[in-house]
Write a protein that binds this ligand. Structure first.
Ligand code: GTP
Ligand code: MG
Length: 197
């Protein structure tokens, strides 16, 4: 599949503000700063389409983009970001939870982003566990692979698979990517193509 058009639709504060579910959706989720917005730009080949920032917590709304007039990418706020309101920890954003559990069949799959450089993080495992419990379909996408070498990446993936095997019987599909080098672009689009109804 080639991306021929990518258009920003709308930003929404909650489920009620989401656009009509007329296109199948793939949602990008993961810890703040893991590279969700960067990946959206990489997939679509449009650098400034989604806002990227070194400061965690940049994406605060649910952002919808229509690709090829056929399907949507949804850039979600990151989880695990503490700087929301005084004393309040935004572990899992309420609107994200609402979106993920109420969008129905229109949500084809969650692209759950994980920083490939780190050992399994409690907050990521907790979120994966939650998706399994809720029956939310997901694949894991390991990001920022340009920042580690191939051997270390393989080792980290192996450790991750072991952690996952204790949580579920069938391992989820695993993809890797770098928004900096464009690695993984083809496989991501191949996955989307195969998952589209
Ligand atoms: P929030 O919106 O705050 O939740 O963050 P996000 O997950 O959307 O992350 P974002 O795309 O804004 O990227 C965070 C930082 O990581 C930025 O400084 C990016 O330039 C950097 N970054 C993202 N992806 C990659 C990558 O593949 N390689 C490298 N080297 N840096 C990356
Ligand atoms: Mg973002």
């Amino acid at each position: 599949m080639k991306v021929t058009s990518a258009v920003f639709n709308t930003s929404s504060l909650d489920l009620a503000g989401c656009p009509e579910p007329v296109y199948p959706e793939f949602a990008l989720i993961g810890r703040s700063n893991v590279g969700k917005s960067s990946l959206l730009n990489m997939i679509t080949g449009k650098k400034g389409l989604a806002m990227v920032s070194e400061t965690p917590g940049k994406t605060k709304l649910l952002n919808f983009f229509t690709i090829n007039n056929k399907w949507r990418l949804v850039d979600l706020p990151g989880y695990g970001f503490a700087k929301v309101a005084k004393g309040e920890v935004n572990r899992f954003n309420e609107s994200v939870v609402e979106y993920l559990t109420h969008r129905g069949d229109n949500l084809i799959c969650v692209l759950s982003l994980i920083d490939s450089r780190l050992p399994p993080q409690e907050i990521d495992l907790e979120f994966i566990d939650w998706m399994i419990d809720m029956g939310v379909p997901f694949v894991l996408v390991f990001t920022k692979t340009d920042k580690i070498n191939a051997a270390k990446l393989e080792e980290n993936l192996q450790v991750y698979k072991e952690a996952l095997s204790e949580m579920c019987e069938d391992l989820p599909e695993i993809l890797t990517c770098s928004s900096k080098t464009g690695a993984g672009h083809k496989d991501l689009l191949k996955f989307v193509q195969s998952a589209l109804p």
